[in-house]
Design a protein around this ligand. Sequence first.
Ligand code: ADP
Ligand code: MG
Length: 330
Amino acid sequence: MIEISGLSKKYGSSYAIKDLNLKIEDGLIYGFLGPNGAGKSTTMNIITGYLSATSGTVTVDGHDILKEPEEAKSCIGYLPETPPLYPEMTVMEYMSFVAELKKVDKKDRSKQISDIMDMVELKEVKDKLIRSLSKGYRQRVGMAQAMISFPDIIILDEPTVGLDPKQIIEIRDLIRSLKGKHTVILSSHILSEVSAVCDKILILSKGSLVAQGTPEELEMMMQSEGELELTVKGDGEIVSDILSDMDEVISFESTGNSLKGEESGDREVGSENEPELISFSIKVKEGEEIRDRLSIRLAERNIPVYSLIKNEKTLEDIFLELTDTQEVSL
Ligand code: ADP
Ligand code: MG
């Protein structure tokens, strides 16, 4: 378990992260999701002890990262944004080097390295120089070094950046296979990736946590306040009266008129007394379904309904709203 409280990091006068409070529970896969500059890497670098915070605390399995750095760090394997690879070493030499660094018992080393290489499918390049590896293989070496000593917590900063679709699927499968045995935190600016792999999503924006929950919870959260789009033909004032009279309606606004006939080319446009099509955007209280009653009441007043649609937000909409940016891939 990782507990983060009141964590801030300042560069000059601006905050890279600001007052983060988080609990990361054992055995789940967490995703830090946010656009570039949201503070994902900064947070990860602080949790892993690579960077010091301006204020606040991080404890890893009960060990404060500042007061007991050795103990805290020994629970964590980390794949930073730029993996700390040694290009002149072979994969095998590098893995042995990391195993030594992480104080893996000598007698266990070769079995452990072999097991990890099997998991991340590195065996066929084990004698190659890291320098000569493709981006996909380098990333796997990065993952492999994070897994040495099988730490409780594995932190992966943008593990699939720069990989091709096939490699992305392989890395995702690998991350999923770690579930239960390890706590995994990964970061990404790609929503579909996080929702495909993670049990919990933490959305960061401009250094703050703006939402958290399971992918399903985040979708529900935004759908709880329903929004309807209504288009009718007729007198807008009658529609307003009907809507004002319904307790379930929080608010509504007319979103514009369009001339009758505009929607269907074969109608005659412009006859002076013809009613227009009028659209309304209606906010409805959480969990209320008013479409049946509303359409019946409109019909009772001789107002034909041209369309009545429930606006359901997707996780994409939520993400864009919360992070207030277009700079993301969906
Ligand atoms: P992310 O990983 O989500 O893209 P970062 O944690 O790398 O975001 O960065 C968060 C913010 O902190 C950004 O605005 C970035 O410019 C700033 N930042 C990060 N590192 C430094 C640094 N060494 N010096 C100054 N500003 C930094
Ligand atoms: Mg980053």
